[in-house]
Structure formats: structure tokens, C-alpha cells
Write a protein that binds this ligand. Sequence first.
Ligand code: NAD
Ligand code: DAU
Length: 352
Amino acid sequence: MILVTGGAGFIGGNFVLDWLAQSDEPVINVDKLTYAGNTDTLKSLAQNPAHVFVRADIGDREVLGKLLAEHRPRAVINFAAESHVDRSITGPGEFIQTNVVGTFNLLEAVRAYWTDLPADDKAAFRFLHVSTDEVYGTLSATDAPFAETNRYEPNSPYSASKAASDHLVRAWHHTYGLPVLTTNCSNNYGPYHFPEKLIPLVILNALAGKPLPIYGDGQQIRDWLYVKDHCSAIRRVLQDGRLGETYNVGGWNEKANLDVVNTICSILDEIKPRADGAAYASQITYVQDRPGHDRRYAIDARKLERELGWKPAETFETGIRKTVQWYLDNQDWVGNVTSGAYRDWVAQQYGA
Ligand code: NAD
Ligand code: DAU
């Protein structure tokens, strides 16, 4: 079996669902259930004995040690993190705690377990750490996309904490021989995305007749990756990635934020027109920029293609249409996540 951390979050949840749709290899899903964790995402697995959910913190070495000893996974995939840049600006402490200290404790629990494995199991074991392209900092319009050899130049408390976690993972390989793999991916989007992030926020605000907040001039560029493509990349790296290597994962879909928002508005105009006939784009509202806002991210994903034959299946145009439709079709999930704590965050971040 495999052990996944953060499997009640956006990417981890999609990963667990996709894994169990394609394989009968069981998953131990360890998640603290912070505001971003949502067991509704995993509802369809309620009767599936191959899914074992455990509420725990990756920083709790004792609990992790017990879980590892009891279930004896052949791999650990670490998705658990504080993941929202804006929250890291208003409150960086949790990011250091989970992303740095938590990853350290997880690595130590895994190292203790792995050290005592029989030789064959020890050789086959993998620790896959899921990280971000934000560790590389920001690009100008003419810079080449981020390659695995780029310097780490994180600019936000979030990206600095993820960079620190990547360094710990690397060091545990070089010093202790822990068989690690690291993936650094670009902006994901798709089903079960918590609506504090740009794409789900815009879809839900549009439908609710609320402002669509654009930070600064809206010309910041992100490289969008459909979440299921990210999950397939992780499965590929887990299977055949070279130990100690990092792999960049991207969608080859660079888009300016304003273009992303306009695309969502046009799709909604087509499939769910406003009752008053006005265009959803009329709800676009420019708001104060994010402090230290990175201008452009872009991923060079050629290493993953060259070495492991992985390519994304979705273009932005196909993926965003599926995503908008998913939010229209899953209003129950949306209703549950947009409860009290979410409303408090929106009030704090965007004011009245
Ligand atoms: P998310 O915020 O949606 O989910 C994070 C999950 O981790 C939640 O279920 C939460 O309850 C859990 N968690 C948080 N702290 C924990 C702790 N101390 N112990 C156990 N569980 C804990 O995040 P996501 O968007 O799914 O991101 C998953 C991973 O991918 C993160 O490591 C993130 O840095 C990375 N990443 C995300 C993106 C993206 O676009 N979303 C892009 C690149 C990399
Ligand atoms: O690049 C990978 C990263 O992508 C991940 O590591 C992070 O976990 C993930 O949250 C994401 O970070 P971003 O900051 O790029 O994503 P977010 O959806 O918060 O913002 C996307 C862009 O849209 C960014 O330039 C900020 C802008 N934005 C965001 C919000 C929430 C707005 O203009 N308005 C908004 O209200």
C-alpha cells in the first residue's frame, strides 16, 4: 500500500480518487483537516476498504511512526502543506510549522521506518515530495521557463517554506540515503479546488453576482496544469523517477490572470447566462495588488517528458471548460466548503 499525506486537500484528494479508480492498491490517507481539508471530496470512497482515512498532523512523529509500522507502505507521497500565498502573507507561522517543521518530522518518522525495512523493501521504498514552481522565484516576460537547474529564489513566506522543505528532502537523501523524489509543479486547477484560489473563486463569485477581484493590473502570468495531469505525472515519477532527482511538472499553458478570468466569464456566458443578460466580465473589479506578487511563472517540463515520457493530456481550453462545468454540477460540495471559516477569510482578504 501507499501512504498519502494531505489527501483531503485539492491535489491530494484528486490523487487518492484517481489512484483508487485505477488500482486496488490501498491508500492510507493522513490529513490534519485544516480549513483546506475536506472529507466531502472523499465521500465516494466511504465504502471502499482500500481507503483508510486517519486524521493526524505530519508533525506528529509518534503517530506517524505507529501508522508506518502498522501499515508498512511501500511509498509515502507528501501533499500536506499550507498552500495559499495570501494566507502566508497575513499569517506565516502555520506555513513554517507545517511546511518546514512538519516535513522535518515526517522525514524523521519515515527514515526510522525505512532504516529497519528488510533489504528488498528498503530498496523499493520511495518518499515523493510534492512541491511548487514558486521556489524558483519570478520570471520576466522574456526569461526562459523554470528548469530543474534554476536557482531557488523564493519570494513569499509560502514559497520560502516550500523551498526549505525541498532542501530538507534533498538533504535526507544525500545524508541518510532516503530514496526521495521531488516534483515542482505549476498552478493546478480542476475539481475540488478550494475557492480561495483564483479559478474557483472567480467561478463562484461570478455565479453569486459578486465582484471578480483582479490583483494589480491582472497581467501576472501563471502556467496552468489540470489537476488530473498533475496526478498522472506523480504516478509516473513514483514508478520510474530517478532517486534524488527533481522533476518539474507544467501544463505548457501560460496565461495572464485577466485572460483566465475573461475565459471563465465567456464560458459562463455561454452555458449559464446571467438572468439579466449582462456579461459576467462586467463583474471584474481591480483590487489592491498582493505584496511581493511574482510576475510570471512558467515551467519547462521537458525533463519529465524526455526521461519518463509524461505529457499533459489537457489544454487550458479543454480543462477550464470541464472545471467550470464541475462547479456547476457540484453545488453541494461548494455549499459545504463555503461555510463560516471561508466567509471569515473572504471578509478579511477582500473587505466589504
Ligand atoms: P490544499 O491547501 O488544498 O490541501 C492541503 C491539505 O493538507 C489539506 O487537506 C490540509 O488539511 C492538509 N494539511 C495541512 N497541514 C497539515 C498537517 N500539518 N498535517 C497533515 N495534513 C495537513 O493544497 P493543494 O493545493 O492540494 O496542494 C497540495 C500540495 O501541492 C502542497 O504541498 C502544495 O504546496 C503543492 N502545490 C500546489 C499547487 C496548486 O496549484 N494548488 C501547485 C504546486 C504545488
Ligand atoms: O505556482 C504554483 C502555486 O500556485 C502553488 O504552489 C500554490 O499552492 C497555489 O496556491 C498557486 O499559487 P498562486 O498564488 O499562483 O495561486 P492563486 O490562485 O492564489 O493566484 C493565482 C494568480 O491570481 C496570482 O497571480 C494572484 C492572482 N489573484 C488571486 C486571487 C485569489 C487575483 O488576481 N485575485 C484573487 O482574488
